[in-house]
Write a protein that binds this ligand. Structure first.
Ligand code: MRU
Length: 369
């Protein structure tokens, strides 16, 4: 996708500096800064501090983290220790655990180290490439839905999204945004209502920024505005991403998603969740089993912006004595979800349909072995 008309991905390996490059998302939308991750500690810090964020990108960064850990340490117990540290960074997005396990499973400690290093590097690259392929497929499947709205209304299609499930949250294209980018390519007139997404403002700082760069019309709204817009018929459909989906279709996503889904149900507005299959946690059915990350209260009590001298500054906005509580995600029960837009098609939010994806995966694995 584009930033200032130049094509970017969110993560890549630079052979010259022998480092993993990422866009520091804490600086957006004010400054485009590419930083290098050379060691496993850099990776852990980048995920913890949300320099990279969004479930698929967290997974991809973690995968490169295991590669860097192997390159640096080579010793089995130390690598396992670092892998556990990566897993402790952010507990909700399943992609992180999935990617670390996948990478660890590629390590054979009995063979030549250079060979293993190469295998790990190729696997991390493959995770990134597969994510791009998945996002494109999600985009094409979601386009079918947007086309239907366009056909019915023959005018602008208004889409609400929450947080950033755009290309900045993946490697390229995004999940919730991929159908929108394909619609734009198809000359469909789309307009996106972008939830600001307090406390970290991923909607305002990231989603709006990437849509602007791609020339997609969008308007930022406060997190409290969608109800009024729905009541006034200004939202045709909602598309959000997910950090983890249970095997029966409950969705963990950025705090505030649940309220939007309930509101959409009140007004009969379709509520779609766009996901790659790597976001499904096949092991759990009960959403109570999902660990909801709680982040520092300062994310609420302080806000970052540009001062009048164009310097990025953080300021306090709450009384110093006030207590704050900052859970980063919530759960939308499956009954509020119209369908999942996946890389394998559009499926209902229930165990039977989700299990079919798993069976397909198992069939493919057997075929390839
Ligand atoms: O805390 P973040 O910014 O990592 O949260 C991101 C989200 O909640 C996204 O909606 C989700 O990861 C889907 S990304 C394709």
């Amino acid at each position: 996708m584009l930033i200032n008309n130049k094509s970017y991905r969110t993560i890549w390996y630079d052979k010259i500096s022998e480092s993993v490059k990422i866009i520091d998302q804490t600086k957006l939308p004010f400054k485009l800064e590419v930083i290098s991750l050379k060691k496993i500690d850099d990776v852990i810090k980048a995920i913890n501090e949300m320099k990279v964020r969004g479930a698929p990108l967290i997974g991809a960064t973690a995968a490169y983290g295991v590669f860097l850990a192997y390159r640096e340490l080579k010793n089995k117990s130390k690598i396992i220790e670092e892998a556990s540290k990566i897993k402790e960074t952010r507990p909700t997005a399943i992609n992180l655990f999935w990617a670390v396990e996948k990478m660890l499973s590629k390590i054979d400690y009995t063979v030549n180290k250079a060979k293993t290093e190469k295998i790990l590097f190729e696997e991390a690259k493959k995770i990134c490439e597969n994510d791009i392929t998945s996002c494109k497929k999600i985009g094409l499947n979601g386009l079918k839905i947007i086309k239907k709205f366009h056909k019915n209304r023959k005018e602008k299609v208004n889409i609400l999204t929450h947080c950033n499930a755009g290309w900045l949250a993946t490697i390229d294209w995004g999940t919730a945004t991929a159908p929108i980018y394909y619609a734009k390519k198809d000359n469909i007139n789309v307009h996106v209502w972008v939830d600001e997404t307090r406390p970290r403002n991923q909607g305002a700082s990231l989603t709006s920024y990437e849509l602007n760069n791609e020339g997609v019309e969008n308007t930022i709204i406060s997190d409290n505005t969608a109800g009024l817009l729905m009541q006034r018929g200004k939202i045709d459909l909602c598309i959000v991403g997910a950090d983890r989906v249970t095997s029966n279709g409950h969705v963990a996503n950025k705090i505030g998603t649940f309220m939007k889904a309930v509101m959409a149900r009140e007004f009969n507005i379709p509520f779609y969740v766009a996901i790659p299959t790597s976001t499904i946690d096949w092991k759990i059915k009960k959403y109570q089993q999902i660990v909801i990350e709680e982040r520092a209260g300062t994310e609420l009590s302080q806000i970052t912006g540009l001062d009048d001298k164009n310097k990025i500054r953080k300021i306090k906005i709450y009384p110093s004595k006030s207590k704050v509580y900052n859970p980063a995600f919530d759960i939308t029960p499956s009954r509020f979800i119209s369908a999942f837009i996946t890389d394998k098609g559009i499926i209902k939010a229930n165990y039977r349909e989700i299990a079919r994806l798993k069976d397909e995966r198992a069939r493919k694995k057997t075929k390839n072995n």
